[in-house]
Design a protein around this ligand. Structure first.
Ligand code: ATP
Ligand code: MG
Length: 393
Protein backbone atom coordinates (compact mmCIF):
# COMPACT_ATOMS: atom_id res chain seq x y z
CA UNK A 1 0.00 0.00 0.00
CA UNK A 2 0.95 3.66 -0.22
CA UNK A 3 3.95 4.80 1.76
CA UNK A 4 4.09 8.46 0.79
CA UNK A 5 1.93 11.44 -0.06
CA UNK A 6 3.11 14.06 -2.51
CA UNK A 7 1.91 17.54 -1.55
CA UNK A 8 1.53 20.47 -3.95
CA UNK A 9 0.92 24.11 -3.11
CA UNK A 10 -0.14 27.18 -5.00
CA UNK A 11 2.73 28.96 -6.59
CA UNK A 12 0.67 32.11 -7.16
CA UNK A 13 0.72 32.82 -3.47
CA UNK A 14 4.38 32.03 -3.22
CA UNK A 15 5.44 34.56 -5.82
CA UNK A 16 4.08 37.45 -3.83
CA UNK A 17 6.46 37.07 -0.95
CA UNK A 18 9.46 35.15 0.07
CA UNK A 19 9.01 31.65 -1.28
CA UNK A 20 11.23 29.77 1.17
CA UNK A 21 9.51 31.44 4.10
CA UNK A 22 6.08 30.36 2.85
CA UNK A 23 7.28 26.85 2.24
CA UNK A 24 8.85 26.53 5.68
CA UNK A 25 5.66 27.78 7.28
CA UNK A 26 3.53 25.27 5.38
CA UNK A 27 5.99 22.47 6.12
CA UNK A 28 5.95 23.23 9.81
CA UNK A 29 2.12 23.31 9.82
CA UNK A 30 2.00 19.97 8.01
CA UNK A 31 4.50 18.50 10.46
CA UNK A 32 2.47 19.57 13.48
CA UNK A 33 -0.74 18.34 11.92
CA UNK A 34 0.55 14.84 11.10
CA UNK A 35 2.81 14.52 14.15
CA UNK A 36 2.86 10.97 15.45
CA UNK A 37 1.49 9.38 12.29
CA UNK A 38 3.79 10.71 9.57
CA UNK A 39 6.83 12.87 8.85
CA UNK A 40 7.26 15.56 6.21
CA UNK A 41 10.05 17.14 4.17
CA UNK A 42 10.27 19.56 1.29
CA UNK A 43 12.09 19.31 -1.98
CA UNK A 44 11.99 21.35 -5.19
CA UNK A 45 8.50 22.83 -5.31
CA UNK A 46 6.89 19.88 -3.57
CA UNK A 47 6.50 18.38 -0.17
CA UNK A 48 6.52 14.77 0.73
CA UNK A 49 4.74 13.18 3.65
CA UNK A 50 5.98 9.76 4.69
CA UNK A 51 3.51 7.54 6.53
CA UNK A 52 4.75 5.72 9.60
CA UNK A 53 2.30 2.97 8.79
CA UNK A 54 0.14 2.33 5.73
CA UNK A 55 -2.86 2.03 8.08
CA UNK A 56 -2.80 5.75 8.79
CA UNK A 57 -3.39 6.73 5.15
CA UNK A 58 -7.04 7.75 5.58
CA UNK A 59 -6.28 9.70 8.72
CA UNK A 60 -3.39 11.60 7.10
CA UNK A 61 -5.41 12.24 3.91
CA UNK A 62 -8.14 13.71 6.07
CA UNK A 63 -5.71 15.96 7.92
CA UNK A 64 -3.98 17.17 4.76
CA UNK A 65 -7.26 17.95 3.04
CA UNK A 66 -7.93 20.57 5.69
CA UNK A 67 -4.59 22.34 6.06
CA UNK A 68 -4.71 25.78 4.45
CA UNK A 69 -2.08 26.34 1.76
CA UNK A 70 -2.18 22.92 0.06
CA UNK A 71 -3.54 22.92 -3.50
CA UNK A 72 -3.58 19.16 -4.05
CA UNK A 73 -1.93 15.97 -2.91
CA UNK A 74 -1.52 12.39 -4.04
CA UNK A 75 -1.02 9.15 -2.15
CA UNK A 76 2.03 7.72 -3.93
CA UNK A 77 4.51 4.90 -4.17
CA UNK A 78 8.07 6.10 -3.86
CA UNK A 79 10.97 4.23 -5.36
CA UNK A 80 14.67 5.07 -5.29
CA UNK A 81 16.22 6.54 -8.45
CA UNK A 82 18.10 3.30 -9.08
CA UNK A 83 14.93 1.17 -8.93
CA UNK A 84 14.77 -1.58 -11.55
CA UNK A 85 12.27 -1.15 -14.38
CA UNK A 86 10.24 -4.17 -13.22
CA UNK A 87 9.81 -2.57 -9.76
CA UNK A 88 8.37 0.53 -11.44
CA UNK A 89 6.01 -1.63 -13.51
CA UNK A 90 4.95 -3.53 -10.40
CA UNK A 91 3.85 -0.31 -8.69
CA UNK A 92 2.16 0.95 -11.86
CA UNK A 93 0.17 -2.29 -11.99
CA UNK A 94 -0.82 -1.88 -8.34
CA UNK A 95 -2.25 1.52 -9.25
CA UNK A 96 -3.96 0.05 -12.30
CA UNK A 97 -5.60 -2.61 -10.14
CA UNK A 98 -7.03 0.06 -7.85
CA UNK A 99 -8.29 1.90 -10.93
CA UNK A 100 -9.82 -1.29 -12.30
CA UNK A 101 -11.84 -1.65 -9.11
CA UNK A 102 -13.05 1.93 -9.58
CA UNK A 103 -14.30 0.89 -13.03
CA UNK A 104 -12.02 3.08 -15.15
CA UNK A 105 -11.07 1.72 -18.56
CA UNK A 106 -9.10 4.28 -20.52
CA UNK A 107 -5.54 4.85 -19.44
CA UNK A 108 -3.09 7.66 -19.94
CA UNK A 109 0.43 7.63 -18.51
CA UNK A 110 1.90 11.02 -17.68
CA UNK A 111 5.59 11.32 -16.96
CA UNK A 112 7.18 14.41 -15.39
CA UNK A 113 10.94 14.16 -15.34
CA UNK A 114 12.38 17.11 -13.46
CA UNK A 115 15.52 15.08 -12.84
CA UNK A 116 17.20 15.49 -16.21
CA UNK A 117 20.00 13.14 -15.24
CA UNK A 118 17.53 10.25 -15.22
CA UNK A 119 17.96 8.21 -18.42
CA UNK A 120 15.41 8.39 -21.22
CA UNK A 121 12.86 11.09 -22.00
CA UNK A 122 9.34 11.58 -20.69
CA UNK A 123 7.55 10.50 -23.87
CA UNK A 124 9.52 7.26 -24.09
CA UNK A 125 8.89 6.48 -20.41
CA UNK A 126 5.16 7.13 -20.86
CA UNK A 127 4.94 4.81 -23.87
CA UNK A 128 7.05 2.10 -22.25
CA UNK A 129 5.07 2.17 -19.00
CA UNK A 130 1.68 2.23 -20.73
CA UNK A 131 2.81 -0.74 -22.84
CA UNK A 132 3.99 -2.64 -19.78
CA UNK A 133 0.70 -2.08 -17.90
CA UNK A 134 -1.37 -3.09 -20.93
CA UNK A 135 0.62 -6.26 -21.48
CA UNK A 136 0.08 -7.35 -17.88
CA UNK A 137 -3.52 -6.21 -17.57
CA UNK A 138 -4.57 -7.54 -20.91
CA UNK A 139 -7.99 -6.36 -22.16
CA UNK A 140 -8.66 -4.29 -19.04
CA UNK A 141 -7.51 -0.91 -20.35
CA UNK A 142 -7.16 0.92 -23.62
CA UNK A 143 -4.87 3.91 -24.00
CA UNK A 144 -5.92 7.41 -25.00
CA UNK A 145 -4.04 10.64 -24.45
CA UNK A 146 -7.27 12.64 -24.81
CA UNK A 147 -10.28 10.70 -23.57
CA UNK A 148 -8.77 8.90 -20.61
CA UNK A 149 -10.44 8.38 -17.24
CA UNK A 150 -7.43 6.96 -15.44
CA UNK A 151 -4.24 9.01 -15.33
CA UNK A 152 -1.26 7.08 -14.10
CA UNK A 153 1.43 9.58 -13.21
CA UNK A 154 5.12 9.00 -12.77
CA UNK A 155 7.25 11.84 -11.43
CA UNK A 156 10.99 11.52 -11.46
CA UNK A 157 12.58 14.00 -9.14
CA UNK A 158 16.10 14.51 -7.87
CA UNK A 159 15.34 12.34 -4.85
CA UNK A 160 13.20 9.53 -6.16
CA UNK A 161 10.50 8.17 -8.42
CA UNK A 162 6.86 8.66 -7.46
CA UNK A 163 3.92 6.81 -8.93
CA UNK A 164 0.37 7.89 -8.25
CA UNK A 165 -3.03 8.16 -9.87
CA UNK A 166 -5.17 10.45 -7.74
CA UNK A 167 -4.93 14.16 -7.17
CA UNK A 168 -6.99 15.05 -4.11
CA UNK A 169 -8.02 18.70 -3.83
CA UNK A 170 -6.59 20.58 -0.86
CA UNK A 171 -8.13 23.53 0.95
CA UNK A 172 -5.96 26.01 -1.04
CA UNK A 173 -5.66 29.38 0.66
CA UNK A 174 -2.48 30.38 2.45
CA UNK A 175 -0.37 28.72 5.13
CA UNK A 176 -1.47 29.66 8.62
CA UNK A 177 0.84 32.25 10.13
CA UNK A 178 1.67 34.18 6.96
CA UNK A 179 -0.95 36.85 7.71
CA UNK A 180 -0.33 37.60 11.36
CA UNK A 181 -2.08 36.60 14.52
CA UNK A 182 -5.68 37.18 15.63
CA UNK A 183 -8.05 36.75 18.53
CA UNK A 184 -11.27 34.94 17.75
CA UNK A 185 -14.29 35.34 20.00
CA UNK A 186 -15.29 31.75 20.41
CA UNK A 187 -18.76 31.00 21.68
CA UNK A 188 -19.91 27.42 21.94
CA UNK A 189 -22.04 27.87 18.80
CA UNK A 190 -21.70 26.84 15.18
CA UNK A 191 -20.59 30.12 13.66
CA UNK A 192 -17.49 31.23 15.51
CA UNK A 193 -15.50 28.00 14.93
CA UNK A 194 -16.25 28.33 11.20
CA UNK A 195 -15.22 32.01 11.22
CA UNK A 196 -11.97 30.96 12.93
CA UNK A 197 -11.30 28.28 10.33
CA UNK A 198 -11.94 30.67 7.42
CA UNK A 199 -9.47 33.12 8.95
CA UNK A 200 -6.85 30.37 9.07
CA UNK A 201 -7.48 29.70 5.38
CA UNK A 202 -6.30 33.24 4.62
CA UNK A 203 -3.12 32.70 6.60
CA UNK A 204 -4.20 34.06 9.98
CA UNK A 205 -3.01 32.32 13.12
CA UNK A 206 -5.98 32.20 15.47
CA UNK A 207 -6.12 32.35 19.27
CA UNK A 208 -9.43 32.12 21.10
CA UNK A 209 -11.29 34.05 23.72
CA UNK A 210 -14.42 32.77 25.43
CA UNK A 211 -16.52 34.36 28.10
CA UNK A 212 -18.04 32.35 30.85
CA UNK A 213 -20.62 33.10 33.48
CA UNK A 214 -20.57 30.67 36.38
CA UNK A 215 -22.83 29.31 37.78
CA UNK A 216 -24.93 29.79 34.61
CA UNK A 217 -22.24 28.17 32.53
CA UNK A 218 -20.53 25.16 34.08
CA UNK A 219 -17.80 22.63 33.48
CA UNK A 220 -19.44 21.17 30.37
CA UNK A 221 -19.46 24.56 28.67
CA UNK A 222 -15.75 24.99 29.45
CA UNK A 223 -14.98 21.51 28.19
CA UNK A 224 -16.88 22.23 24.99
CA UNK A 225 -14.85 25.39 24.33
CA UNK A 226 -11.60 23.59 24.99
CA UNK A 227 -12.65 20.72 22.70
CA UNK A 228 -13.50 23.20 19.95
CA UNK A 229 -10.16 25.00 20.27
CA UNK A 230 -8.27 21.69 20.31
CA UNK A 231 -10.18 20.46 17.30
CA UNK A 232 -9.53 23.66 15.32
CA UNK A 233 -5.84 23.50 16.14
CA UNK A 234 -5.55 20.56 13.74
CA UNK A 235 -5.95 22.94 10.84
CA UNK A 236 -3.40 25.48 11.87
CA UNK A 237 -0.89 22.99 13.17
CA UNK A 238 0.92 25.45 15.38
CA UNK A 239 -0.04 25.83 19.01
CA UNK A 240 -2.62 28.34 20.13
CA UNK A 241 -4.10 29.87 23.26
CA UNK A 242 -7.60 29.75 24.64
CA UNK A 243 -8.35 32.67 26.95
CA UNK A 244 -11.29 32.30 29.28
CA UNK A 245 -12.61 35.54 30.75
CA UNK A 246 -15.28 35.80 33.44
CA UNK A 247 -18.22 37.99 32.45
CA UNK A 248 -20.77 37.27 35.11
CA UNK A 249 -20.22 40.31 37.39
CA UNK A 250 -20.39 42.62 34.39
CA UNK A 251 -23.59 40.94 33.23
CA UNK A 252 -25.16 41.24 36.67
CA UNK A 253 -24.35 44.96 36.78
CA UNK A 254 -25.82 45.47 33.30
CA UNK A 255 -28.93 43.52 34.30
CA UNK A 256 -29.33 45.60 37.44
CA UNK A 257 -28.86 49.04 35.89
CA UNK A 258 -29.66 49.08 32.19
CA UNK A 259 -32.72 48.90 30.00
CA UNK A 260 -33.40 45.23 29.29
CA UNK A 261 -33.78 45.57 25.52
CA UNK A 262 -30.20 46.84 25.24
CA UNK A 263 -28.70 44.08 27.34
CA UNK A 264 -27.21 41.91 24.61
CA UNK A 265 -25.65 44.91 22.86
CA UNK A 266 -24.08 45.97 26.15
CA UNK A 267 -22.76 42.46 26.89
CA UNK A 268 -21.20 42.32 23.45
CA UNK A 269 -19.59 45.73 23.83
CA UNK A 270 -18.00 44.62 27.09
CA UNK A 271 -16.78 41.41 25.42
CA UNK A 272 -15.24 43.50 22.66
CA UNK A 273 -13.55 45.85 25.12
CA UNK A 274 -11.96 42.96 26.99
CA UNK A 275 -11.00 41.26 23.72
CA UNK A 276 -9.36 44.41 22.39
CA UNK A 277 -7.24 44.72 25.55
CA UNK A 278 -6.10 41.08 25.38
CA UNK A 279 -5.34 41.41 21.66
CA UNK A 280 -3.34 44.60 22.18
CA UNK A 281 -1.34 43.15 25.04
CA UNK A 282 -0.44 40.06 23.01
CA UNK A 283 0.22 41.69 19.64
CA UNK A 284 -2.83 40.17 17.92
CA UNK A 285 -3.83 42.31 14.96
CA UNK A 286 -7.62 41.93 14.76
CA UNK A 287 -10.67 40.39 16.40
CA UNK A 288 -12.68 37.67 14.65
CA UNK A 289 -16.35 36.93 15.26
CA UNK A 290 -18.96 34.60 13.82
CA UNK A 291 -21.49 37.38 13.32
CA UNK A 292 -23.68 37.23 10.25
CA UNK A 293 -25.85 40.07 8.98
CA UNK A 294 -29.46 39.94 10.21
CA UNK A 295 -29.10 36.41 11.62
CA UNK A 296 -30.39 37.34 15.06
CA UNK A 297 -31.49 40.55 16.81
CA UNK A 298 -27.96 41.44 17.90
CA UNK A 299 -26.75 41.20 14.32
CA UNK A 300 -28.90 43.77 12.55
CA UNK A 301 -26.77 46.41 10.88
CA UNK A 302 -27.88 48.95 13.52
CA UNK A 303 -26.88 46.68 16.41
CA UNK A 304 -23.63 45.64 14.76
CA UNK A 305 -22.87 49.36 14.46
CA UNK A 306 -23.51 49.83 18.19
CA UNK A 307 -21.36 46.80 19.07
CA UNK A 308 -18.57 47.63 16.65
CA UNK A 309 -18.16 51.08 18.18
CA UNK A 310 -16.69 49.47 21.32
CA UNK A 311 -13.50 48.50 19.46
CA UNK A 312 -11.32 51.49 18.68
CA UNK A 313 -7.88 50.34 17.65
CA UNK A 314 -8.16 47.30 15.40
CA UNK A 315 -10.45 45.80 12.78
CA UNK A 316 -13.15 43.31 13.69
CA UNK A 317 -13.17 40.67 10.97
CA UNK A 318 -16.49 38.90 10.40
CA UNK A 319 -15.81 36.17 7.85
CA UNK A 320 -19.47 35.02 7.90
CA UNK A 321 -21.08 38.43 7.55
CA UNK A 322 -22.89 37.48 4.31
CA UNK A 323 -23.10 33.74 4.86
CA UNK A 324 -26.32 31.82 4.89
CA UNK A 325 -26.63 29.55 7.95
CA UNK A 326 -26.92 26.47 5.71
CA UNK A 327 -23.56 27.23 4.10
CA UNK A 328 -21.97 27.80 7.50
CA UNK A 329 -23.30 24.45 8.71
CA UNK A 330 -21.81 22.74 5.64
CA UNK A 331 -18.37 24.08 6.52
CA UNK A 332 -18.87 23.23 10.18
CA UNK A 333 -19.60 19.64 9.17
CA UNK A 334 -16.69 19.52 6.73
CA UNK A 335 -14.22 20.60 9.40
CA UNK A 336 -15.72 18.28 12.00
CA UNK A 337 -16.68 21.04 14.43
CA UNK A 338 -20.42 20.46 14.08
CA UNK A 339 -20.82 17.54 16.53
CA UNK A 340 -19.01 19.59 19.19
CA UNK A 341 -20.92 22.80 18.42
CA UNK A 342 -24.32 21.17 18.78
CA UNK A 343 -23.62 19.78 22.25
CA UNK A 344 -26.27 21.37 24.35
CA UNK A 345 -24.58 23.61 26.95
CA UNK A 346 -25.48 27.09 28.10
CA UNK A 347 -23.55 30.05 26.70
CA UNK A 348 -22.81 33.13 28.81
CA UNK A 349 -25.26 35.27 26.83
CA UNK A 350 -28.16 32.83 26.71
CA UNK A 351 -28.31 33.00 30.50
CA UNK A 352 -29.56 36.59 30.41
CA UNK A 353 -31.45 36.89 27.13
CA UNK A 354 -33.82 39.84 27.19
CA UNK A 355 -37.50 39.09 26.53
CA UNK A 356 -37.68 41.57 23.68
CA UNK A 357 -34.31 42.76 22.48
CA UNK A 358 -33.99 46.07 20.63
CA UNK A 359 -33.71 45.40 16.91
CA UNK A 360 -32.49 48.81 15.78
CA UNK A 361 -30.23 50.01 18.57
CA UNK A 362 -29.12 53.63 18.62
CA UNK A 363 -25.55 54.38 19.54
CA UNK A 364 -26.30 57.47 21.66
CA UNK A 365 -28.80 55.45 23.70
CA UNK A 366 -26.25 52.64 24.07
CA UNK A 367 -23.67 55.10 25.36
CA UNK A 368 -26.21 56.57 27.79
CA UNK A 369 -27.04 53.08 29.08
CA UNK A 370 -23.34 52.32 29.41
CA UNK A 371 -22.85 55.50 31.48
CA UNK A 372 -25.16 54.01 34.10
CA UNK A 373 -22.51 51.35 34.76
CA UNK A 374 -19.90 53.87 35.90
CA UNK A 375 -17.74 53.92 37.88
CA UNK A 376 -17.98 50.24 38.95
CA UNK A 377 -17.66 48.94 35.41
CA UNK A 378 -14.02 50.10 35.17
CA UNK A 379 -13.00 47.92 38.09
CA UNK A 380 -15.07 45.00 36.84
CA UNK A 381 -13.37 45.13 33.44
CA UNK A 382 -9.95 45.13 35.15
CA UNK A 383 -11.11 42.32 37.41
CA UNK A 384 -12.14 40.18 34.43
CA UNK A 385 -8.73 40.73 32.83
CA UNK A 386 -6.98 39.92 36.09
CA UNK A 387 -8.88 36.64 36.42
CA UNK A 388 -8.24 35.63 32.85
CA UNK A 389 -7.44 31.95 32.46
CA UNK A 390 -5.04 31.01 29.70
CA UNK A 391 -5.05 27.47 28.36
CA UNK A 392 -2.24 26.43 26.02
CA UNK A 393 -3.71 24.36 23.24
P1 ATP B 1 -22.17 31.39 17.31
O1 ATP B 1 -22.82 30.25 16.58
O2 ATP B 1 -20.74 31.58 16.96
O3 ATP B 1 -22.46 31.36 18.81
P2 ATP B 1 -24.43 32.99 16.89
O4 ATP B 1 -24.99 33.02 15.54
O5 ATP B 1 -25.06 32.13 17.93
O6 ATP B 1 -22.87 32.66 16.78
P3 ATP B 1 -24.29 35.10 18.79
O7 ATP B 1 -24.47 34.13 19.89
O8 ATP B 1 -25.14 36.29 18.70
O9 ATP B 1 -24.41 34.48 17.36
O10 ATP B 1 -22.77 35.55 18.80
C1 ATP B 1 -22.19 36.31 17.78
C2 ATP B 1 -20.69 36.22 17.93
O11 ATP B 1 -20.25 36.82 19.17
C3 ATP B 1 -20.18 34.79 18.01
O12 ATP B 1 -20.02 34.22 16.73
C4 ATP B 1 -18.89 34.96 18.74
O13 ATP B 1 -17.87 35.39 17.88
C5 ATP B 1 -19.20 36.07 19.74
N1 ATP B 1 -19.66 35.50 21.03
C6 ATP B 1 -20.91 35.30 21.46
N2 ATP B 1 -20.93 34.75 22.70
C7 ATP B 1 -19.66 34.59 23.07
C8 ATP B 1 -19.00 34.06 24.23
N3 ATP B 1 -19.67 33.58 25.26
N4 ATP B 1 -17.64 34.04 24.24
C9 ATP B 1 -16.94 34.50 23.18
N5 ATP B 1 -17.49 35.01 22.08
C10 ATP B 1 -18.82 35.05 22.00
MG1 MG C 1 -24.14 31.90 19.94
Amino acid sequence: MFTHILVRYDEIALKKRNRAWFEDLLLSNIRSSVAGVASARKFRGRMEVELKSADSLDDVVNRLSLIPGISSFSPAFRLPLDAEWNEIVEKAVELAKIAEKDGTKVLKVICTRSNKAYPGNSIDIQKKLAGAVLSIMDKVFTVSMKDYNFALEIEIDSSGIYLFSKRIAGTRGLPVGCAGEYLSLLSGGIDSPVASYLTMCRGGKVNYLSFYSPPYTGEESMKKLEDLARHLKKYQGVSTKLYIAPLIDIQLLIRARCFEGYRTILFRRMMFKIAERIATENGYQALITGESLSQVASQTIENLTCINDAVKTMPVIRPLITYDKTDTIKISEKIGAFPISIRNCPDSCTAFLPKSPIIKGKLDRVLAEEKKLEPEIFDLLEESLKNLKVIEI
